[in-house]
Design a protein. Sequence first.
Length: 714
Amino acid sequence: MPSATVTCPLCEATCGLRVTVEGDRVTEARGDPEDVFSHGYVCPKGASLPALHHDPDRLRTPLVRRGGSLVEATWDEAFAEIDARLRPILAEHGPDSVAVYAGNPAVHNLSTALYGPALYRAIGTKNFYTAGTVDQIPKHFSSGYLFGHPFSIPVPDVDRTQHLLVLGANPLVSNGSLMTAPNIRKRLRALGERGGKLVVVDPRHTRTTEIADEHHAIRPGTDALLLFAMVNVLFAEGLAEPGELAEHVNGQAEVRELAQPFTPEAVAGPTGIAAGDIRRMAVELARAESAAVYGRIGTTTQSFGTLTSWLVDVVNVLTGNLDRPGGAMFPQPAAAPPASSRPFRHGRWHTRVRGLPEVFGEAPVATLADEIRTPGEGQVRALLTVCGNPAVSSPNAGKLTEALGELDFMVSLDIYVNETSRHADVILPGPTPLERPHYDIALYQLAVRNVANWTPAALESDLPQEWRTMLRLTGIVTGQGPDADVDALDEFVAGDTAKRKGVDPSAVVDRTGPERMLDIMLRSGPYELTLADLETAPHGVDLGPLRPRVPGVLNTASGRIELAPEEITSDVPRLAAALTRPRNGEMVLIGRRHLSSNNSWMHNLEPLVRGSNRCTAQVHPDDAGRLGLRDGGLATVSSRAGKIDVRVEVATELSPGVVSIPHGWGHDVDGVRTFVAAEHAGVNSNILTDEQLLDALSGTAVLNGIPIEVAPAG
Ligand SMILES: Nc1nc2c(c(=O)[nH]1)N[C@H]1C(S)=C(S)[C@@H](COP(=O)(O)OP(=O)(O)OC[C@H]3O[C@@H](n4cnc5c(=O)[nH]c(N)nc54)[C@H](O)[C@@H]3O)O[C@H]1N2
Ligand SMILES: Nc1nc2c(c(=O)[nH]1)N[C@H]1C(S)=C(S)[C@@H](COP(=O)(O)OP(=O)(O)OC[C@H]3O[C@@H](n4cnc5c(=O)[nH]c(N)nc54)[C@H](O)[C@@H]3O)O[C@H]1N2
Ligand code: SF4
Ligand SMILES: [Mo]
């Protein structure tokens, strides 16, 4: 039976899988035991790649809106429609009238990751949005100012650390994020086996807290207070010692000063963590042989996302754990896209309606609806979505959904007609993960071991590769019409990349598309690999454990780690105000992820929805009793932004006062063509999240800690 090796692109873990093909059926995807990084691990989603491939609802032709409904069309008809409708909008209203939203899978897809930037630059719009502003932008922001580059994100050296402090992450379910570490359960178990300690801070009891040595149920949105108090203790106890790093650090005295008000006693009330525990956590971390602090989505998509992301690394630096084995380290990827050599800066421009600063070239998706609905010069009239479902994934989804209906023209690159693409005038589908080559350009930059793995497409596709689709769109927006010469455009893009990377283009003439782009990046990378080298290693190349990279990795103006950049510390007064805010007994909403679910888009696969996903509102028994809520009954949950009815699950894993509803559901809306998902519809929790609540610095949406009211429905 023929089989092939592929790298799974569904989440950040980059597992190697073996897929088996019988005739025209893909019968199985299982973990590849020979993979140098994942060693045979697979999760339910990876195992569902064959189901995704054969899903009858997945699009196999473009769709074009005719007489109000989306009908099948040829590729030529679809591009002709885009040329006819998009060009006039651009010509008449300028580049900002066309917005782009790139979703999460766009990062895990070589075509969109490598050819998206050329298209977005060609459009030239400031209305560029991604799922980053409902996700990790605060970490780019803090890294940008601390280390000079938004992609210099330290990752915990999980395989060597003796003490790991995890805040706002549930890697046993998410399989790790901003930490590429396949089979994280095994890695965390090994930490225990070598006598190390795992401490988890999370308002919910989770699969990760279950295997932890210690769990602290923090009040949502107060992690910055906890970390500041730990910093306070480090100084007070004389434990703030960056060690060998000291000569590369500016701003330590400022941090000491800023931490003064945040004593363990002062933060104990708001965080719900006892002062004695906080003191002990700080001391144990500082005294551990090695330690790493790691924060994820629960720390970025909350009120103090950037301050928390910053303090995570402040603690890493002050305890001497940054950039040393067993601490928090900078990966050294084999291939990286061309990067700016200038130090990071944000706020180079501001959004039209709300005046929010740009970060990393992006505007906050929380304001996309405002930009569509507010008339005036620069108003968004057309939208291109690329692998994204903002109608489900972004805050105040109700308002954004209305706005999507008001656009003059919308194009979606998507493999389904879902809650977002149902609004499109043209949908362009792409091949499945089994029909395209893969190399995880983005995620190897965050891997806990340096690895490189190229896997060719397991199967041929009837659909054009999405890089060709993107170049054809680039042809349209640059006025070359619907039939631009894609190969000539590819030559141009590759030539430009080769020049910026200092690679001789004649060395890569035998390749095209993403293969050539990747070859250029590998050749200019630190290991001087070529794509041909990776082709001889179907299970990947292990480039070894992480190595110290300071000072070379630093790109700040001073050439040092800026521990107290003004751009970040300017938000400390807002945090100090949270110390005295009265606890008025209000209920707050947080999210939740399930193992067999992937944001909003894998609910159409029977093997996954059969599993343990449950779109319920988890409520603590005390709250349920007080509010008259019954397990299995319906509750009405409301916020400033909206109101939903959702099934109640009385659950002891939550702290009182906290309600948890997973995001990514609500599939029973008109026009959606994911028929399995519709039967397991659930409700869209982002109807409740509020587009006005942002992390003040980065504009990232607050998705955890939303004030809500809960009552029995009806
Ligand atoms: N309340 C709340 N909201 C959240 C979060 C939360 O924790 N709580 N998490 C946030 C986070 S971290 C993220 S990343 C976002 C995700 O938000 P989005 O990126 O907007 O949404 P996804 O659900 O990932 O949807 C991906 C879309 O891409 C399509 N797709 C999948 N593969 C391909 C492909 O190969 N090609 C093309 N063209 N399309 C493809 C799918 O059909 C789907 O429509 O959600 C965010 N929203
Ligand atoms: N199975 C599965 N895997 C996924 C995804 C998926 O949808 N399903 N999505 C992928 C994506 S796009 C991402 S970005 C990653 C995210 O990866 P993770 O960050 O590991 O994701 P979550 O499981 O949402 O874990 C976040 C945790 O933060 C907690 N939390 C909420 N608010 C707070 C708070 O204020 N403080 C603290 N300390 N904790 C808080 C929640 O209870 C939750 O346990 O997962 C990726 N992997
Ligand atoms: S953990 Fe992530 S990369 Fe690994 S099989 Fe599951 S979805 Fe794929
Ligand atoms: Mo994400």
